[in-house]
Write a protein that binds this ligand. Structure first.
Ligand code: BV8
Ligand code: ZN
Length: 248
């Protein structure tokens, strides 16, 4: 990342009326949350379709709950990193003209202090009942066991997470689309941009008129890089605070 790149990114950001941010697992990596596609990938030992799909849950709900209880246990041990805190600072600067769309289910953006957070793939903190559809915030302190039942109707509980093959809830996806269409700058942080429809927010922001400026923050180039106006390559926990500082 050159100093000139940082200045250009800060200039576009400073001039923006509305800002949208899309984050992925990379923004939590420095907090100690494993990413999905790194060699020590989260899915290690488990095939995605076995632990993050409705069929997998139908086939072996205990295995899926073991996988999610393990991720809840990891989430108990981690703290927000300076990258999460830099995004809180950006939200405080733009207020309700700032939207944070996250693919992450670890809850770290909210823990860091972000408030307008669209958790488009759900959250490890919540369960959903297959009997009465009730969504409950269970936070992450307790292990839910491998066959948790609904306290209200004794129905089967599942993690309130969007699995592969499932639609994103309209309650979070529509405002995310709105934010991507309405923003002047889209900050894409720590995502390989391979999972859809989340990744489609980048071309949406880029192809609309007037186009948004796309700033990518990542360790490496990704599927989104060719649509980025500038790439700030480095750890997001280092780059994002530098960007906030350059904003002045
Ligand atoms: C749907 C919850 C249909 C689970 C997740 C072929 C082509 C295109 C699409 C598809 C296809 N085949 C199937 C599909 C659809 C599929 C999809 O996109 N598959 C991909 C794999 C090809 N999508 C779906 O199934 C979606 N649903 O399409 O439904 C439908 C439509 C209408 C009506 C009914 C049905 C649902 C997708 C949601 C799946 N759920 N998460 C869980 O978390 O347990 S996705 C999962 O991947 C996570 O949410 C994660 O966030 C997400 C994306 O991964 P990333 O966040 O990007 O993480 P990754 O490890 O990949 O990358 C990390 C990045 O960080 C890297 O770039 C790395 O360089 C960088 N990094 C690392 N450290 C740092 C860093 N950057 C900065 N600093 C650092 N320190
Ligand atoms: Zn229930």
């Amino acid at each position: 990342m050159t100093d000139d790149d940082l200045t250009r990114a800060a200039d576009w950001l400073r001039a923006a009326d509305r800002v949208c941010v899309l984050t992925g697992a990379g923004v939590s990596a420095e907090s100690g949350v494993p990413t999905f596609r790194a060699s020590d990938g989260l899915w290690e030992g488990h095939r995605i379709e076995d632990v993050a799909s409705p069929d997998g849950f139908e086939r072996d709900p205990k295995l899926v709950w073991q996988f999610y209880n393990a991720r809840r246990a990891n989430a108990r041990t981690v703290e927000p990193n300076p990258g999460h805190l830099a995004l809180v600072a950006l939200e405080r600067r733009w207020g309700e003209r700032f939207t944070l769309v996250t693919q992450n289910v670890d809850g770290l953006h909210r823990t860091a202090g972000s408030t307008n957070v669209l958790e488009i793939h759900g959250s490890l903190h919540r369960t959903r009942c297959l009997g009465c559809n009730r969504v409950t915030d269970r936070n992450i302190q307790e292990d839910l066991g491998d066959e948790p039942a609904c306290p209200k109707c004794y129905g089967q509980l599942r993690p309130d997470i969007v699995w592969f093959g499932e639609a994103l809830p309209e309650s979070v996806w529509l405002p995310s689309l709105n934010a991507a269409y309405g923003c002047n700058v889209l900050l894409v942080v720590g995502t390989s941009a391979v999972v859809h429809p989340a990744a489609s927010l980048v071309p949406i922001a880029k192809r609309k008129q007037p186009a948004a400026r796309v700033i990518e923050v990542n360790l490496t180039r990704t599927e989104a890089s060719q649509m980025a106006d500038v790439g700030l390559y480095g750890p997001s926990g280092v780059v994002l605070p530098k960007l906030v500082e350059r904003l002045g």
